[in-house]
Design a protein around this ligand. Structure first.
Ligand code: GLU
Length: 293
């Protein structure tokens, strides 16, 4: 089935935009709480890489999973980034304002026959890292059954090089899956480079399969180190002691926090105090950012 004209025209315009503009990066937090130092470190790395490349840097708010959203975090994310001097280009982009857009893409894929309805529960798939194809050949039906909707999966060819299995693009609770929305957004905003935490490396095969299904080339992906608490647990947005309020209550200012984050990344000596712009001057041309592709 042919891709609808308005979607094709949009992709073509974006391809041209991307060719003209050079580097376009983004930071894409979920507004599920206050940014912790691990999130801030990722934001700093992403901002530094974009600005070192004389590129643009956008803020996207991944707020599709509404039950997990904390209304106050939308403004807090912005004020924390500004306080640190990590200024983004243009207005913040809210995924919740783009639901119609994701749905257009989903309808197109569904009508093209590359999606199938999957009735497997979480329990059915426990211990199976790759989806075993259970519902692929079954006419599982798209409507309610036993009070449940199906998830929608993208049929990924057997010989696909990414090893993702069939990818969920719409969840059984009706929410658009993160990996689908993020791919559509990177394409629609002409993002050339995605910098994010190492914990999202596992999401890469699914995303690469979606780019392939759409016949689009993917951005460059970079993954930065994670931060852990003293018990070796990944920091959590639900724990306020890991955010900027805790630092500010100890009297620490933005120069202190940037110095601390940059020292943790091995970019400056411990105890350095500097602004984000000063740090940018330090690392520009140094090829020092600790990012793995
Ligand atoms: N919204 C995702 C998160 O906060 C990150 C998405 C991304 O950078 O691709 O974990």
């Amino acid at each position: 089935m042919r891709c609808p004209n308005h979607l094709l025209i949009e992709l073509e315009q974006l391809r041209r935009l991307k060719a003209r503009r050079g580097y376009r990066g983004r930071f894409a937090p979920s507004p599920t709480g206050v940014l912790h130092f691990g999130n801030l470190q990722t934001a700093l790395l992403s901002w530094l890489q974009a600005r070192c490349s004389d590129g643009e840097w956008y803020l996207r708010i991944d707020d599709l999973d509404t039950p997990r959203n904390r209304p106050e975090s939308l403004l807090r994310i912005q004020s924390d980034l500004r306080w640190l001097g990590l200024h983004w280009d243009g207005p913040p982009m809210l995924q919740s304002s783009r639901r119609g857009h994701y749905s257009s893409w989903l309808s197109f894929l569904r009508r093209s026959g590359v999606l199938f309805a999957c009735r497997c529960s979480r329990r059915d798939l426990a211990g199976k890292p790759v989806y075993p194809g259970t519902c692929r050949a079954i006419e599982a039906g798209w409507g309610w059954q036993a009070q449940r909707l199906p998830s929608w999966r993208l049929r990924v060819p057997e010989h696909n090089p990414y090893g993702s299995g069939d990818v969920v693009v719409r969840r059984a609770d009706g929410f658009i899956a993160y990996q689908f929305a993020t791919v559509i957004d990177e394409l629609c905003f002409g993002i050339t480079d995605v910098v994010r935490g190492n914990d999202l490396r596992d999401a890469l095969p699914a995303q690469l399969s979606i780019y392939a299904a759409l016949g689009q080339s993917c951005p460059r992906f970079w993954h930065g180190p994670l931060l852990y608490d003293s018990e070796g647990q990944k920091l959590s947005k639900r724990d306020a002691s890991t955010g900027l309020d805790a630092a500010r209550s100890k009297g620490e200012d933005a120069a202190h926090v940037i110095g601390q984050l940059a020292a943790g990344l091995g970019l400056v000596p411990q105890g350095s105090r500097l602004s984000a712009e000063e740090l940018l001057m330090e690392v520009r041309d140094s090829d020092a950012l600790p990012l793995d592709s």
